[in-house]
Design a protein around this ligand. Structure first.
Ligand SMILES: [Cu+2]
Length: 186
């Protein structure tokens, strides 16, 4: 063996070991990077799931809010429609009906409620009809004794009065003076 050959073998061995060690370290580096990536992926997945859940929760909350709002608005609209259908309280109509409830002949006092409703408003020329739901006879007689008098309304019967002059007309039952009501003519 000569020194040149020995030297080249030594160089070869050195180079080989250097390459081997560098390869090992590259491999180790790769593994590290892969681990890190996997960890980050897991973290990202967890984060994404959390965010998805948050979004779902938020959406569900918003949906519920919208539903609640819609239900509220529907209710409001229904109430509005019902209000529109019913004549506004106290507004004058051409005709009105007053019921005489059961039991008022012996119920002293019974005002308000001897005539139901105990106050009605009609336009001039309008007609008021009293329906006697009681088992006894009653009247609707204006207290001035002139404006109107139904005379006796038998049990289950009805009687009407037409009022042409604007004014407020208190009235009562001539048989049971505690029964009192008012007709307003506009
Ligand atoms: Cu009466």
């Amino acid at each position: 063996m000569n020194t040149k050959l020995l030297a080249s073998i030594a160089v070869f061995a050195l180079v080989t070991s250097l390459v081997a060690s560098s390869m090992t370290s590259v491999y180790a580096e790769d593994t590290k990077v892969a681990d890190k990536k996997a960890k980050m992926d897991m973290k990202m997945d967890a984060k994404k799931m959390k965010m998805d859940k948050k979004m779902d929760d938020k959406k569900a909350k918003m949906d519920k809010k919208m539903d609640d709002k819609k239900a509220k608005m529907d209710k409001k609209t229904d109430a509005k429609m019902a209000k529109k259908d019913a004549a506004p309280a106290g507004a004058a109509t051409n005709d009105a009906t007053v019921e005489i409830p059961k039991g008022v002949a012996t119920k002293n006092p019974c005002t308000p409620g001897c005539y139901s409703p105990d106050t009605v408003t009609v336009k001039a020329g309008g007609k008021v009809t009293w329906k006697n739901m009681d088992n006894a006879a009653h009247t609707a007689t204006s207290t001035d004794g002139k404006a109107f008098d139904t005379s006796l309304i038998n049990a289950g019967a009805s009687a009407s009065a037409t009022l042409s002059t604007a004014g407020s007309y208190p009235y009562m039952c001539s048989l049971h003076p505690w029964m009192q009501g008012t007709v307003t003519v506009q």
